[in-house]
Ligand binder design. Sequence first.
Ligand code: GDP
Ligand code: IMO
Ligand code: MG
Length: 429
Amino acid sequence: MTVTCVVGLQWGDEAKGKIVDLLGHDHDFVVRYNGGANAGHTVVRDGKTYKLSLLPIGILTSHMRAVIANGVVVHPVRFLEEVKKLHEGGIAIDGGNLVLSDHAHVIFPYHVEEEGLGDEGSAKAIGTTGRGIGPCYQDKVGRITSVRVGELLHPEHFRERLRMIVPRKNLLLRAFSANARQFDADALCDEYLGYAQQMAPFIQDTTRLLHQALKAGKRILLEAAQGSLLDVDHGTYPFVTSSNTSTTGVWSGSGIPARNLSKVYGVIKAYSTRVGRGPFPTELDDGPSGIGERIRRVGKEYGTVTGRPRRCGWFDAVAVRHTATLADADSLALMLLDVLSGLEELKICTAYELNGQRIDYFPGDAFLLEKCRPVYESMPGWNADLTKARKLIDLPMEARRYVDRLSAIVGRPMSFISVGPDREQTIVC
Ligand code: GDP
Ligand code: IMO
Ligand code: MG
């Protein structure tokens, strides 16, 4: 049985999209099990760039069936926009190669409105993507004011639900602000029924579909969104997203039984980045001529979804050891190694200092992590351009030593080393 998971081991944007693309040929299904249109996954093939937010990037691999499973939160407008974008790009999408779970939860404009309101005690303090992700998951676990995709296919039932939900949402929004937008249940219902008509061919019970696929021996590739340090249970809470972004989300978010997971690729960048707020011990906040800014510029470290500059810093091996253990990653995919070319010295965080004590574990609370100071070891950098390297021996000795050291400290072997965005720019170890 082949069930493979590609999971980010940092704060997202580790280039999971590229690894999903590389593994596509060996799989029949690709599954998104968490998050929503807060993700931004990129693939570059023959110089052409493709970006998707809600749909699995694996859908670009023509023989794979793409599944948006029950653990995802779905904004119908985004869903239809991405389907249209692919059509326009010459990629035919229908209910045959894309399926959407009837159990996935629906994002409404009041979710987005709710997220945008409030002061520093609200979503603003976390620095979210503003896509209504948190409020929708809140409704999911709250159970009273939630709507699942399958309900959109039953107009009378759906209208009844919105007639109960929308007045409550209006009250809540008014409580936040006298100027808050108010919604009309029937108008919203009509609008969403229009989307539902277009979405209907894609909607089905994906849990059953995946169980049938497993029984038939189909090979499944799980495409995690976000990074494990943003996991709602195991990340830098509360500066996280609202889903289980690690492999911990696979069973609940797709219905694939835990024991079926056969291989986990942990994706890491050769350094660290983070979008949004929250503790980041190895952050290089060293000004416009500093190394942090240089990494941002060379690595084009700007958010795919919001365009925000990503915060950049040295590789944090304490954090990655924690997430690699959480996912029990079989091996690592080391991405964006080329970005570090030209730096005289590289630093790797191997421990923290917390209240005068050296610790080698990742503290579970953001307020403690905030107090941690990184303990670094240094390695010599290299000058050569790596983007044309295709084999390990093409890398300068210093780069190979850096790769080996990361692998040794994290305690997992390397499977891939990436030296550029294009799928060709990859070293298979
Ligand atoms: P994801 O969310 O984990 O899929 O990652 P993103 O797509 O948000 O961000 C990764 C970015 O790095 C994308 O723009 C990729 O095209 C780019 N990228 C991927 N691998 C490499 C690499 O090895 N080197 C460089 N320079 N860029 C890369
Ligand atoms: P991919 O899949 C990087 C971050 C946001 C914010 C926090 C919560 O491309 O790696 P949310 O809108 O989810 O409630 O925001 O999570 N975030 C990401 N950061 N990559 C992502 O996805 C992210 N998705 C959410 O910036 O800090
Ligand atoms: Mg991304």
